[in-house]
Design a protein around this ligand. Structure first.
Ligand code: GDP
Ligand code: GDP
Ligand code: MG
Length: 291
């Protein structure tokens, strides 16, 4: 099998290829790469300052050493946040939120499949009841994943009611995890946030919510984060899912998004296939990013 090559894995290639000694050009190239990779100007500056300091103190001249130090500082920063999913409750209720098109439904399909491989009994709730097509899309994924689905009884049914029925089914059927898909339309932001609080309130009548996962499309970078701010403010988000990292040169977004939101990245999507979801491991991620 071909090794997966993430496009962001090439970001730092030019900085270090053919360079044996650290020169001023190395620092310029490194700065350009950090900005290009969407680390954000503040984080980019911090990383550069830290590395310059280390290089001076230890009189490092070898570019390979600098590369290793870059990898380590990125890993250390990524590891300041705990990526562990909290799925101890039975059932663990997971609410998946985010703007339209970021990959919520796809992520749920992949996540359900991932949980199945650990023999977890999973039910998915189609609480994006706004479009019939949304329910069918989710049903296709649950079928692929081999998990159960709770559908609305009619189109446009109150999402809170579908969520409630999903949790009810999870409790009565002794499921381990109930994952609830939600609508992402932002046209009426206030309305959507009210709808989400209602879903939360109604679910919590039956069960605590284990995780509220906010899905972000990595290709949209800082802009996508601005769009998602309302969710962070109002939806009680406990963790982030970054999707579409396969098509993104913006791997640094992972770090800047954690710092900006104070929320950990818990899952990473790297493709459209059912197997293209992984947990988030700072060491592995830093390795893939810096090479
Ligand atoms: P939702 O509106 O948030 O539910 O988004 P969907 O799950 O419907 O996904 C929107 C589009 O993004 C679909 O075409 C997905 O195949 C695509 N998508 C989702 N996750 C990923 C990913 O990790 N990588 C890539 N390349 N595409 C993805
Ligand atoms: P309110 O709309 O703020 O009064 O919130 P409610 O607590 O009445 O619940 C909102 C929605 O959640 C209702 O319209 C129902 O669709 C759903 N819901 C709440 N409790 C139950 C329940 O016991 N069974 C079912 N099936 N749905 C419920
Ligand atoms: Mg969807």
């Amino acid at each position: 099998m071909a090794e997966r090559s993430w496009s962001f894995g090439n970001i730092f290639k030019n900085v270090f290829s053919g360079t044996e000694e650290i020169t001023e050009d190395t620092w310029d190239d490194l700065e350009t790469a950090l900005i290009g990779a969407d680390f954000g100007p503040d984080t980019a500056d911090e990383i550069l300052d830290e590395l310059r300091d280390l290089v001076n103190r230890h009189r490092v001249t070898d570019a390979k050493e600098l590369r290793r130090m870059l990898r380590e500082t990125i890993e250390e920063r990524l590891a300041r946040f705990d990526p562990t999913l909290r799925l101890q409750d039975r059932p663990s209720v997971v609410l998946v939120v985010g703007v339209n098109g970021v990959g919520k439904t796809t992520t749920i399909g992949k996540f359900a499949k991932y949980l199945r491989t650990f023999d977890r009994k999973v039910v998915v709730g189609a609480a994006d009841t706004f479009r019939a097509a949304a329910v069918e899309q989710l049903a296709t994924w649950t079928e692929r994943a081999g998990v159960d689905i709770v559908r609305p009884q009619q189109q446009g049914q109150d999402p809170a009611s579908v969520a409630y029925q999903t949790v009810e089914r999870a409790q009565e059927g002794a499921y381990d995890v109930a994952i609830i898909d939600t609508a992402g339309r932002l046209q009426t932001k206030g309305g959507l946030m009210d709808e989400l609080s209602k879903v939360r309130r109604v679910v919590e009548k039956r069960s605590p919510i284990a995780e509220v996962l906010l899905v972000l499309d990595a290709t949209t970078g800082q802009n996508g984060l601005a769009q998602a701010e309302a969710f962070i403010e109002h939806a009680g988000v406990t963790g982030l899912v970054l999707t579409k990292l396969d098509g993104s040169a913006k791997g640094g977004f992972v770090l800047s998004v954690q710092q900006k939101t104070g929320l950990p990245v818990k899952l990473v999507g790297q493709g459209e296939g059912i197997g293209d979801l992984t947990g988030f491991t700072p060491h592995v991620f830093a390795q893939q990013l810096v090479g």
